[in-house]
Write a protein that binds this ligand. Structure first.
Ligand code: NAG
Ligand code: NAG
Ligand code: NAG
Ligand code: NAG
Ligand code: NAG
Ligand code: NAG
Ligand code: NAG
Length: 796
């Protein structure tokens, strides 16, 4: 879970709106802000007014004058600036008012400033302080604060401040969860190529960036300002520069659109510790050692006698030391691995680890077996051995004799130089080796599943599971957009699948990090652009593309892959809602759509979780429907994704049930379209993590009893491994972590004109990831249920 408490203690977002957006995209902006307002979120909005000022000046025959991206503001220009700010502010506040949104115009009193350089720029301010009162009063009064970037001197002179700069100052004092700059171009455009720059890692790229010919004036100012801002905020902070149409997505899910600017990190590898940082910084980093009698200075002195390498990021959030023993037959050991909290949280640890791994082919290390971070080290090791309260780890060693000698050393030498990453030493005695666990030995297991509980086959199912599925060759899968719970669930299923292997995972945010939970090969998240994806397809490197992106961003990726001139046409499966209404795509619900059709498809849209359960619950009695079915659905909060929102705020969900999108939820349209009947769907979210329960009331067009209805379902779903039909109403907690769907209840009222059916499904599994695996299996002619445990509990 993300840290939801921030939503209460912290402002949600600072949004800087470029002036051109108020002229050209006011409606989009207002309706997005209205959405946030109506769900109880109050972003702080600050807007500019540059283009409007230039228009007025031009009409008055004045040439706008800039130095280094800053508008030189003489008194006459100032009058125009002020007028434009007030007009644009009012325009935005009015547009919000028309959507029932309370908004407070705040056109002064927030920023205090001195003259930036009175000679050079005249009436331009350099902000010295921010008064939060007006902004906080507005939010406490449940009204959106709408700010201009005008500032005042102590004596009350109004000064003009660049809106990017002012937005940065706001973000500095309010430290919001999200900092978003909206501009008309939808990001920072690389002047050399005309393309939007997708990520800027400031620590690594800033100096080079400033040398690019197109980084000048306002762009340069903006980048400089954001660099200064981010160096004052936690390392995890970032600024997104995006198009207004991506705003809602960016705030809730990280849209992947536009330009993401973050500090990033720069890794250093040195033969001499002193080259890594100042003495104070080194001692500070070394003092993170938890060993009670550890002395940093002494350690630094002793280290001089050894051959070693020191690894760290520039601010030394993480410091690692690998010592190379004098005897070249001995294996290098990790002597220190010390990280600050920030270093752990921001994965600097992983990045430093990867640097070591690249550099050192065989490594051993040890930690106390009660360490909080043992599981992290397990993930990094090929093998481990536990003795006397310590765990020995190693990687890169596969020769059993070498491993044996490593362990012998570990348990027999009380003062073993394999010092342990917390600074302590081994003092073990002989032990027996049965506790050895070698990750490498365990990989490659292909769990096969029993078919216990599978019912006998009946011919009344019009679309029974296919008996084909002979392909036992490996299928190469690329996962695009791996964030969120569904991405992780998919990685896990692919890891366990006998024939699927991941060969690319694309995630801009996680680029460079190692994939967790996947052990068939070592894989790093990549940041590939459209052309690189196209190349993979052209070269026939991928058999299946899984698109796990937010709604609305997948189209470009699909177009790029389709434009590749490849003899080898791959399968594309999209998890978003983007193609569920596109009849060129096959709707991939195997128990509902013809399996033969899925088997012969190259483009499959994976159904929504609520829709899967609803369609399977209603379709068998489609001919008996006598009015609009109503679906009351409740999902666990994993359905609301990993990014903080009111729908996954556990504090708000505690003892609570939150209704949302009460009409026209996208799944309402999806269900209606595929059922061929309009339905009413009312979604809710509640406090459990995974699983959906639907209570569905269906008016009947002729009297029929409960048993007869249940029989229809039993016959229809005979032979289906992932569907259970039961008399009782199923409970949502029984479906959590299971790969199927349970249908039950079948209560019919006394008049026999209404039936109520209860359906449960795990939204992450059969509602998403399991279904992806089924579809891949069908389309690539693996057995439909390969890699899917038959774990469904059959009740009643
Ligand atoms: C709060 O909102 C109400 C209703 O719009 C308004 O009358 C009142 O002046 C506001 N109070 C403050 C402190 O802004
Ligand atoms: C901009 O494009 C040029 C030319 O392709 C490239 O060399 C440069 O790295 C790009 N800059 C950024 C920040 O992406
Ligand atoms: C390695 O050799 C140096 C001198 O050559 C010695 O001072 C040091 O103690 C040796 N280290 C170990 C671990 O034996
Ligand atoms: C374990 O991780 C925490 C952060 O979760 C970190 O603060 C601590 O230093 C780590 N401990 C060790 C012994 O590496
Ligand atoms: C760090 O990595 C873990 C696992 O790979 C991931 O869950 C987490 O979001 C990452 N954190 C950051 C700040 O990138
Ligand atoms: C090793 O330990 C295991 C379990 O701790 C035990 O079953 C086995 O008999 C031991 N073997 C020897 C040779 O001591
Ligand atoms: C690799 O993943 C499989 C499937 O989850 C698991 O059974 C196996 O234990 C894992 N191996 C290692 C070394 O973690």
């Amino acid at each position: 879970m993300p840290n939801d408490s921030h939503l209460h203690s912290q402002q949600f977002a600072v949004i800087k709106v470029g002036g051109a957006i108020i002229t050209h995209q006011l409606q989009q902006l207002a309706s997005c802000l209205a959405f946030l307002y109506h769900v109880g979120l109050y972003p702080i909005v600050l807007h500019g007014t540059g283009p409007q000022i230039n228009n007025v000046l031009e009409a008055e025959g004045i040439e706008p004058d800039y130095i280094d991206g800053i508008r030189v503001t003489d008194p006459r220009t100032m009058a125009v600036v002020r007028r434009c700010f007030l007009e644009q502010n009012l325009k935005l506040v009015d547009a919000l008012g028309q959507l029932g949104v309370r908004a407070t115009p705040i056109t002064g009193g927030v920023f205090k400033a001195n003259y930036l350089d009175k000679e050079k720029y005249q009436l331009v301010g350099d902000i010295t302080s921010v008064n939060k009162n007006a902004v906080e009063a507005s939010i406490n009064n449940k009204s959106l604060p709408i700010l201009t970037s005008l500032a005042e001197t102590d004596s009350g002179q109004i000064l003009n401040v660049n809106a990017d700069v002012a937005a940065g100052e706001l973000a500095r004092v309010f430290t919001p969860l999200k900092i978003v700059y909206l501009n008309e171009k939808g990001g920072i455009v690389n002047g050399s190529t005309g393309e939007i720059v997708s990520v800027i890692n400031l620590d690594e790229e800033y100096n080079d960036l400033l040398k690019e010919p197109w980084v000048k004036y306002g762009t340069k100012l903006k980048i400089k300002e954001i660099k200064e801002l981010l160096s004052d905020l936690p390392r995890s902070s970032s600024v997104a520069i995006i198009d207004v149409n991506d705003l809602q997505k960016e705030l809730f899910t990280d849209s992947g659109a536009g330009t993401l600017i973050r500090r990033g990190y720069r890794l250093l590898v040195k033969d001499n510790l002193n080259d890594l940082g100042t003495k104070d910084a080194l001692i500070n980093a070394l003092n993170r050692d938890s060993e009670s009698n550890f002395k940093a200075e002494e350690y630094i002195n002793n280290l001089k006698k050894e051959e070693y390498k020191a690894y760290g990021d520039e601010p030394l959030e993480v410091l690692a030391i690998v010592v190379k023993p004098n005897d070249s037959n001995e294996i290098s050991y990790l002597d220190k691995f010390l990280a600050s909290k920030d270093g752990w949280q921001n994965n600097v640890t992983d990045n430093v680890w990867n640097a070591i791994k690249k550099d050192v082919s065989k490594l051993q290390w040890s930690i106390p077996s009660n360490s909080d971070n043992a599981s992290w080290y397990f993930g990094k090791a090929d093998g481990s051995f536990t003795a006397n309260g310590k765990i020995l780890f190693w990687y890169g060693i596969s020769d059993p004799l070498e491993i044996k000698s490593l362990i012998d050393n570990f348990i027999s030498e009380p003062n073993n130089t394999t010092g342990g990453v917390t600074g302590s030493v081994f003092n073990g005695q002989k032990r027996n080796y049965s506790t050895i666990s070698s990750n490498r030995l365990q990989s490659g297991l292909n769990p096969r599943f029993s078919n216990i509980g599978k019912r006998s086959f009946s011919t009344t199912n019009p679309n029974p599971p296919l008996k084909t599925g002979s392909n036992k060759k490996p299928t190469r899968v690329a996962l695009i957009g791996a964030r969120g719970y569904t991405g992780q669930t998919l990685i896990d299923l692919i890891n366990k699948h006998p024939y699927l292997e991941l060969n690319h995972i694309v995630s801009r945010e996680l680029a460079g990090q190692e994939i967790q939970g996947y052990n068939k090969s070592k894989l790093i998240y990549q940041n590939l652009d459209l052309d690189e994806l196209k190349k993979l397809e052209t070269h026939g490197d991928v058999d299946v593309w899984i698109m796990a992106l937010p709604n609305g961003v997948c189209k470009k990726v699909v177009e790029s892959i389709e434009s590749a001139n490849s003899p080898h046409e791959s399968l594309i499966i999209d998890l978003s809602a983007d193609f569920r209404f596109d009849d060129h795509w096959t709707y991939g619900l195997p128990e509902f759509t013809s399996r033969l059709k899925i088997q012969n498809s190259k483009k499959i849209s994976n159904p929504g979780c609520y829709s899967t359960a609803s369609l399977l619950a209603i379709d068998p009695i489609k001919d008996l429907i006598g009015g609009q079915p109503s679906i009351f659905g409740v999902s666990g909060y994993s359905g609301a994704g990993t990014k903080p929102s009111i729908k996954n705020d556990i504090n708000l969900l505690k003892d609570n049930l939150i209704p949302y999108s009460l009409t026209d939820h996208i799944h309402e349209h999806e269900i209606s379209k595929y059922l061929g009947h309009d339905v009413a769907f009312m979604p809710h979210v509640s406090s459990w993590f995974q699983g959906i329960t639907h209570t569905i009331s269906i008016p009947l067009n002729k009297p029929i009893d409960s048993r007869a209805i249940r029989n229809i379902y039993q016959e229809r779903y005979a032979g289906e491994q992932l569907i259970t039909v039961t008399g009782e109403a199923p409970l949502v907690r029984d479906i959590s972590n299971k790969h199927g769907i349970v249908l039950g209840g079948f209560a019919v009222n006394k008049n026999q004109d209404r039936v109520v059916i209860v359906a449960t499904i795990d939204n992450l599994l059969k509602g998403a990831a399991t279904q992806v695996i089924q579809n891949i299996n069908l389309a690539l002619n693996h057995g439909e249920y390969e890699g899917i445990p038959s774990d469904l509990v059959i009740r009643g």
